[in-house]
Design a protein around this ligand. Structure first.
Ligand code: NAD
Length: 354
């Protein structure tokens, strides 16, 4: 198990230190190599995704990332911004499948803006296609065109998906559903968009390969409503890049606790980049206050999806549940009556629970 560790900027190094301690405690015989990505890489080499990091990331089976960015790099030319490093690595590794779980542990139900009974115990997974759709389709642009006999600015983008692009992401989602409650909902807008009619057709064809998973379909407008009305009806949702961008953020916010949410981006061979959903939190960086649980849960996702180590993944996830049940909280999820811990102490608590 070759793992490339990219702590990044801000709270990145603090939360990564705890995630690495948890990984090492599992005794899994993995090889860890650390490299620079983001602002720290710009400071050291002038590049957000330097050559040496590219070599390590390509050679690794999985990449574990903290977070990148911070105000000190916001005024650099676009090509040197930390976020370019993130886009660069995602693109270079061909990561087309973005897996974003939205889990709300019962103990944290008050963190959500929705009623506790609607969200307590929520556990859904959004699988978003990441490299196609209207975000990348050509032609695109803004140009002068004749409209009703006069010239005016005209904006256009192109939504497209090939059959093979749809099939490979739908397969990832079916495989993920198999590891969960075997229910997959495919989200489209087939009543208006031909591209998504094809999406629905290919999803239906692919279902024959997964007879043990129940496939349903939902229009995206309804899916947006159902996510806030009754989110617990879902197990796995799969959708394209545009709809997935919006629905995955909506689902993340159902939980109200960004410090708890891991994510995975996978290629065709299950090589993956694993990272928390939150950013580098420059406002609390260096103070030992950050919640390391999203990064620790990203380690669990890595063990499950890249290394097929389901038992180890479950051990980490149940250790996190136990820590919450014992009443330990970092400042971002603190409530009166619980015990507030810093980053290192939260790592210690997870290790003790393991
Ligand atoms: P952010 O997620 O970093 O922070 C938003 C708020 O949540 C802050 O108040 C922060 O203190 C808090 N927070 C975030 N993670 C936390 C944690 N683990 N524990 C406790 N509190 C936490 O988003 P932002 O402030 O919009 O962005 C800050 C920087 O992060 C920017 O430079 C941005 O570009 C970058 N960013 C990076 C990524 C990434 O690396 N994937 C994602 C988003 C933002």
């Amino acid at each position: 198990m070759k793992i490339c560790i990219l702590p990044g900027d801000g709270i990145g190094p603090e939360i990564m230190a705890e995630a690495v301690r948890v990984l090492q405690a599992l005794d899994l015989r993995c090889e860890l190599e650390e490299a620079l990505l983001g602002g720290c890489a710009v400071d050291a080499t002038g590049e957000p995704y330097p050559e040496a990091t590219q070599r390590l990331a390509k050679a690794a089976d999985a990449v574990l990332l903290g977070a990148v960015g911070g105000p000190q790099w916001d005024n650099l030319p676009r090509a040197q911004r930390p976020e370019r490093g993130l886009l660069g690595i995602r693109q270079q590794l061909g990561l087309f499948a973005n897996l974003r779980p939205a889990i709300l542990y019962s103990e944290l139900a008050n963190a959500s803006t929705l009623k506790p009974e609607v969200v307590a115990g929520l556990d859904i997974l959004i699988v978003r296609e990441l490299t196609g759709d209207i975000y990348f389709g050509q032609p695109r642009g803004i140009e002068m065109r004749a409209v009703d006999g006069h010239q005016e600015r005209f904006g256009f983008n192109t939504m497209h998906y090939s059959e093979s692009e749809i099939r490979r992401i739908v397969r990832v989602a079916f495989a993920a559903a198999r590891k969960r409650n075997r229910k997959l909902c495919s989200v489209d807008k087939m009543n208006v968009l031909e591209t998504t009619q094809l999406w629905r057709d290919v999803a239906n064809e692919t279902a024959a390969e997964y007879p043990d998973v129940e496939l349903s379909h939902m229009l995206v407008d309804n899916a947006a409503m159902q996510l806030v009305r009754n989110p617990k009806q879902f197990d796995v949702l799969v959708t394209g890049n545009l709809f997935g961008d919006i629905l995955s953020d909506e689902a993340a916010m159902l939980t109200g606790s960004i410090g708890m949410l891991p994510s995975a981006s996978l290629d065709a061979d299950n090589k993956g980049l694993y990272e928390p959903c939150h950013g580098s939190a420059p406002d609390i960086a260096g103070h030992g206050l950050a919640n390391p649980l999203a990064t620790i849960l990203s380690v669990a996702m890595m063990l499950r999806y890249t290394f097929a180590q389901e038992d180890a993944a479950l051990r980490i996830e149940s250790a996190v549940r136990k820590v919450l049940a014992l009443g330990y909280r970092t400042a971002d999820i603190y409530e009166p009556g619980t015990q507030k811990l810093g980053t290192r102490a939260m790592g210690d608590a997870v290790l003790a629970a393991l």
